[in-house]
Every structure is written in C-alpha cells, then in structure tokens.
Ligand binder design. Structure first.
Ligand code: NAP
Length: 290
C-alpha cells in the first residue's frame, strides 16, 4: 500500500486523479488543493510529507496562465520553477517518488515531425521557460521521478479550450480559430488513468525519467474546434484563421506534436485517439448535464 499525495488537486488534471483513484483501493490518496497546500510554502510541504508519511507525490499544481505569464514572470517562475525545486529536494531527501507534469510549450515548434524526449528544448514564452526550468531541475536532482510532458489538456471541468469553445459556440454564429498551430489534444482522464496504471501496476518505479504523453493523432486548433461544434451539435460556423489574426501575449509553437513511442514501449500502454477521447468526454458531459 502506498500513501499518495496529489497537489493542485482542484485543477483539471488533479480532479481527473480524484476520479480514478477509487480504482486503486489498496492505496491511500490525499488530495490537496491550493487552499490545503500551497506548494510555494516549504514548511507546509514538509509538514504534509512527514505527518502523512507520503510515499508518492503527484504534482498537479502549476501556474498555467500562458499569456498572463508574460507579465507575471516572477509568479510563473515561483510556482513552476522555485517551488518545484523545493518539492524535488524535499521528496528526494525522503525517498518519495515524484510525478511531475511539463508541457509541449518547452519546444519552439520548428520541427516538422513529432518531438522526442531527447529533442532540444527552446521555449517561446515565459510559461514554457518556467516549465523547462522545473522539469530539468527534477531530472537532474531527483533519482526517483517520472516527468510527463503533455499537450493541450482538456476535461469536462475547468478552464480549457473545450469549455471556451462550448461557451463561444453557444453565443456566436461564427468563430475564427487558428489553423496554423498543430498539436494533439489530451483528455485529462486518459493522462491521469495512464499515470496511475504506470505508477501502481506497470512498474513505474523501475523506469524513472522523462516521457511524452498526449492522445494519439494530430490536429490544428481549428480541427479541434470543428469537432467540438459537431459533437455539441452547435450551429456555430468555425472559420480557419492564421495566428497573426489572433494575437496573444505569448507566442505558441506552430508544431508541438509529441512522440509517445517511449511511454508505449517501456510500459506497454495503449493510448486512445484524440477523437475517441473527445467523444467520451461528451458522453460524460451529457451524463452530468442530464
Ligand atoms: N492545461 C494545459 O493545456 C497543459 C498542457 C501541457 C501541460 N500542462 C501541465 O499539466 C499540469 C496540470 O495542468 P492543469 O491543466 O490541470 O492546470 P490547472 O487546471 O490550471 O490546475 C493547476 C492547479 O494548480 C493550482 N496552483 C497554482 N499555484 C499553486 C500553488 N502555489 N500551490 C498549490 N496549488 C497551486 C491551481 O490553483 P488556482 O486555480 O487556485 O490557481 C490549480 O488548481 C501542469 O503542470 C501544467 O503545466 C497543462
């Protein structure tokens, strides 16, 4: 039996871990949202790790406001880098396994084929830079860590592209969405259930290191939006636009598809295609909304 701490537990990925934890009844899960545990407070971290005798820490806490980060550089680095170095050192010292998440935004998007774990990082913005700093600290200093880089996370809950499209699609007759940024959406449910499977059933503890995990397949934000409108049966017309027509504070990589061969080969997992996962998410949404 392991005692597993999930930080950032009220974020969209944290909530997916809450959803799947009952399937691992032999283990004791402790879910801590920001109110229960601020990962930038060393003493709070030490207290919970020691008092609860934690064996595994799954860090879902992060600063994720990609555009705001361009202004709030210090805040982004305080959470995604400085707090992560402390969490890494405290867990390493106690022999606690650390699971951490990073992003496709660590890449500049200049490649035309899926990114490998070994590819050079070169982030285009502050958020991506803070994620590079956090992941590389863990990979250099922690001997028992699993770091998963993922992309375009969404779920039926939380602030994400899916929920923005559902809101805008209900309000507008047409919507321009960028078609010149290519990547892969990832359903939080798939990532959380794969990580628990890897950690607790597939020997994650024997294969520490860096892995890429997204859903299978490739699309643009435009393709993703079209599929969302179709499944939601919204009449809103989605029009393809270039990134220049939708300026954002942070530059995004034009191409950020992740190569998942390593995680599939090492752990023998199968990854669902983004279209089938999106359909499943809609099934959940229709059940929740009655
Ligand atoms: N979202 C994406 O598209 C995406 C893509 C690639 C990688 N990732 C990575 O995947 C991981 C999970 O992301 P997500 O989408 O689940 O993000 P999310 O929904 O924004 O959740 C992050 C959670 O962390 C909490 N948090 C922020 N600062 C904290 C602190 N100092 N102490 C404790 N908790 C704190 C947030 O609380 P508040 O809401 O109160 O701030 C929020 O509940 C992150 O590492 C992220 O960088 C995300």
């Amino acid at each position: 039996m392991s005692r597993i701490l999930v930080t950032g537990a009220t974020g969209q990925l944290g909530r997916a871990f809450q959803k799947f934890s009952p399937g691992y009844s032999g283990h004791d899960f402790i879910f801590a949202g920001r109110e229960q545990l601020d990962i930038s407070k060393r003493q709070s971290l030490e207290e919970i790790l020691d008092k609860k005798a934690i064996d595994i820490c799954i860090n879902c806490a992060a600063y994720t406001a990609v555009d705001r980060a361009e202004e709030e550089t210090e805040k982004a680095e305080a959470i995604n880098y400085k707090a992560v170095t402390v969490l890494s050192d405290l867990t390493e010292k106690r022999g606690i396994v650390l699971v951490h998440f990073s992003s496709d935004f660590v890449f500049d998007g200049k490649k035309c084929s899926p990114y490998l774990e070994s590819d050079r990082t070169h982030p285009l913005g502050v958020y991506g830079q803070s994620k590079v700093l956090g992941e590389s600290y863990i990979l250099r200093h922690h001997s028992r860590a699993l770091v998963f880089r993922t992309s375009w996370l969404y779920s039926s809950l939380g602030h994400n592209f899916l929920n923005s499209m559902l809101r805008l699609g209900a309000e507008r007759e047409s919507l321009g969405v960028v078609f010149d940024q290519t990547g892969t959406p990832t359903h939080c449910d798939d990532l959380a259930s794969a990580v628990l499977e890897i950690l607790l059933r597939k020997g994650g503890e024997k294969n520490f290191g860096l892995y890429h995990y997204s859903n299978e397949g490739v699309c643009s934000w435009y393709d993703f939006a079209v599929e969302i409108m179709k499944l939601a049966k919204l009449p809103c017309v989605v029009e393809p636009i270039r990134s220049e027509a939708y300026p954002t504070a942070a530059k995004r990589p034009a191409y950020s598809v992740l190569d998942k061969s390593r995680v599939k080969d090492v752990f023998g997992i199968e990854i669902p295609h983004w279209r089938s996962s999106l359909e499943k998410c809609f099934d959940d949404l229709s059940r929740t909304n009655g």
